[in-house]
Design a protein around this ligand. Structure first.
Ligand SMILES: *Cc1c(COP(=O)(O)O)cnc(C)c1O
Length: 483
């Protein structure tokens, strides 16, 4: 080791070339691209300038406090925050969701077995929160429109009685891109004196602009009575560098249980607003730089661009045999399903072969397997190519026919009980599925359709167990340092 700066940077660039691109509008999950090169440059410079600064102590780094308050104020205006609204910048949507759940739990310390009611389409981050904080997640189905079933939510709350501390709504849901009936869900929470969190991690920075542009947007902000907190990710549609989200609360009192102080040791009194303690100033400065550079008018323009792209994708898909949009999107996420002539996993592989990264989503309960597209402003100029690639991919998938899993294997997988499987069983499963090779190191298959088709047959518990053992195999230093 001990490489020269030139060698280190060259090596980084070489490694990065194996990742999906973060620019160019062809990566339709994980990354959000404004297409504004100058904004990205300024934001990256801000990240670099603050990479060593520590948000742990706002009195030592007052500039970070100023930036955080600026970001919270901007977000609060977007989501109709009243004068009392307060917020915190977190490391991402998951942390915002975790804190919303932790705050709801700790607001009701007398409740012994706290529970929250979620639409089945709620982000997996809520299940992580359930796991971390011991808050039971009670799932209610969505209707034919993929939106939370209000009557089922009311029934679930009645059954839970005093155990319920939180009702969750999505604006929009990640998997299908539609906004839940927030007015009704928030009213159910308010009537019971409990919290209602609107997860606008992915919609929070575009839906307000969509409404300004005259698009029909169902109500979901603090303008809705009963909404107590809202999460909005900056590293999604604020087009900020990765590592920031905002969690807003209607009042300081609602935020209070989120704060943590400890003087129970001989060091500094630890005082934290979020889960992190030492917090890099980089992401906060990067987000601040992006938001200042783009500004209100810039976001309105980017929102127009991204919805132009969404509308064109929805309209163009209607003409592609084998594919359809599962539900008209309220926001900038499009879920595509196939008819029986082909399958979404093969279409996803075919897209990848054509240089487009789209995200396969497995079937869940009664919900079909789909292809997820998080559309970015930078995708707009490439929509004609995207539609051509989709049409070609669907045709290729139809020619191949729906991906088949051997009936014997299917029966075997359906009968597996993840709680009884050993490490050796998982090794065998991962090898059989083609997810790992014989040797050490990363040896992923280029085509994932067979793997996804197999996982699609597995129960959620088995999917989780297989993926965890997969990750366990991936994260091994024995794979060796890069040469
Ligand atoms: C992305 C997302 C999250 C989780 O955010 P991360 O930034 O990935 O941690 C939560 N909810 C919704 C709706 C999201 O889209």
């Amino acid at each position: 080791m001990n490489d020269s700066p030139t060698e280190v940077l060259a090596r980084l660039r070489a490694m990065q070339s194996g990742d999906v691109p973060v620019h160019g509008g062809r990566t339709l999950a994980y990354v959000y691209d404004s297409g504004l090169g100058e904004v990205d440059r300024v934001a990256r410079e801000a990240v670099a300038a603050y990479a060593g600064s520590n948000g742990l102590d706002p009195t030592a780094f007052p500039s970070l406090l100023t930036m955080e308050n600026d970001l919270v104020a901007f977000a609060a205006r977007l989501v109709d925050g009243p004068d009392t609204v307060v917020g915190s910048v977190t490391s991402g949507g998951t942390e915002s969701v975790l804190l919303a759940v932790q705050g709801a739990r700790d607001a009701f310390p007398g409740v012994e077995r706290p529970a929250m009611v979620l639409p089945e389409t709620a982000h997996a981050a809520f299940h992580k929160a359930a796991h971390y904080f011991g808050v039971e997640a009670v799932l209610v189905p969505v209707g034919d429109d993929f939106r939370a079933d209000v009557a089922a939510t009311a029934r679930a709350l009645d059954e839970l009685g005093d155990r319920a501390v939180l009702v969750v709504a999505g604006a929009p849901s990640y998997a299908h891109g539609v906004v839940d009936p927030v007015i009704q869900l928030a009213a159910l929470a308010a009537a019971r004196g409990i919290r209602c969190h609107v997860d606008a991690c992915i919609g929070g920075w575009v839906l307000p602009y969509a409404a300004r542009l005259g698009r029909p947007v169902p109500p979901w902000t603090f303008a809705v009575e009963g909404v107590t907190s809202v999460s909005v990710d900056l590293h999604k549609y604020a087009y900020a560098p990765k590592g920031t989200s905002v969690l807003l609360h209607r009042t300081p009192a609602l935020r209070r249980p989120q704060f943590f102080a400890s003087a129970a040791w001989p060091g500094y009194t630890m005082l934290n607003s979020t889960m992190q303690s030492t917090r890099s100033g980089g992401p906060v400065a990067g987000a601040w730089a992006a938001v200042r550079s783009i500004g209100d008018a810039g976001y309105e323009k980017l929102t127009q661009e991204v919805f132009d792209a969404v509308d064109a994708i929805v309209a163009g898909t209607a003409g592609i045999p084998g594919l359809h949009v599962v539900v008209a999107p309220d926001s900038t996420l499009v879920a595509l399903a196939t008819d029986t002539s082909c399958d979404p996993f093969t279409v996803s592989d075919e897209m990848a072969a054509r240089g487009w990264y789209v995200q396969p989503q497995l079937s869940f309960g009664g919900l079909p397997a789909t292809i997820h597209l998080s559309v970015s402003a930078a995708t707009r100029p490439h929509v004609p190519e995207l539609l051509t690639a989709l049409a070609e991919s669907a045709r290729a998938a139809q020619e191949a026919g729906p991906v088949a899993v051997d009936p014997g294997v299917a029966a075997y997988v359906a009968a597996l009980d993840p709680t009884t499987l050993t490490d050796a069983d998982f090794d065998g499963l991962l090898l059989a599925a083609g997810l790992v090779g014989d040797g050490p190191g990363l040896d992923l298959p280029t085509r994932m359709a067979e793997v996804n088709a197999l996982l699609d047959l597995a129960s959620p518990a088995l999917r989780e167990a297989v993926m965890v053992s997969f990750l366990d195999r991936l994260q091994r230093p024995s794979a060796g340092p890069t040469p």
